[in-house]
Design a protein around this ligand. Sequence first.
Ligand code: ADP
Length: 185
Amino acid sequence: MSDAPSSDASSSTDRLVLMRGDLTTVAADALVNTANASLMGGGGVDGALHRAAGPRLRAECRKLRGCPMGEARITGAGLLPARYVIHAVGPMWRGGQHGERELLANCYRQVFALVEAHDLRSVAFPSIATGVYGFPIEEAAPIALRAMLSALERLASLERVTAVLFSDADLAVYRRTLDALRTPS
Ligand code: ADP
């Protein structure tokens, strides 16, 4: 068939999408939230997702009774264009000597463990911890992108991972980082 996908159509980089935008408007099986440990809402992505989802999301979060830093929990998505919200509690940046990188990597791993457990086909992420939590985006981008590429390699049923960046500057950092990861050293 002339329109058959080329042999590398499902490679991990083809299934990874980087875009600038507002996560609350992105359609995916799951949207990832930058939650705090209480899971009871905050600013940034958390506030925006809760506003768009409506009160049902907060009611579900309340039942979970919090989530430790570096871990993630799953709920329904209320009125959002998704089936689930995965709440990841990123580390607050305290200079980089307090296990921040490992905790951030663990957040991404936990999100993908939930994606696998629920057999999800698509997931969209904001840049976890690089807002109010102060994690430098140049440090966070390789951690995020390595986790995304490794999950895409491992999970054949995962059709799309979208990184939704809120500014052109953040998108440029992600693009540059992805190019560097793709270039064999
Ligand atoms: P954290 O508390 O984990 O640092 P924030 O929600 O404060 O998380 O910020 C994480 C990143 O998400 C920041 O780069 C911020 O600019 C961005 N952001 C804020 N609102 C949105 C949104 N609606 N969609 C996508 N990204 C957003």
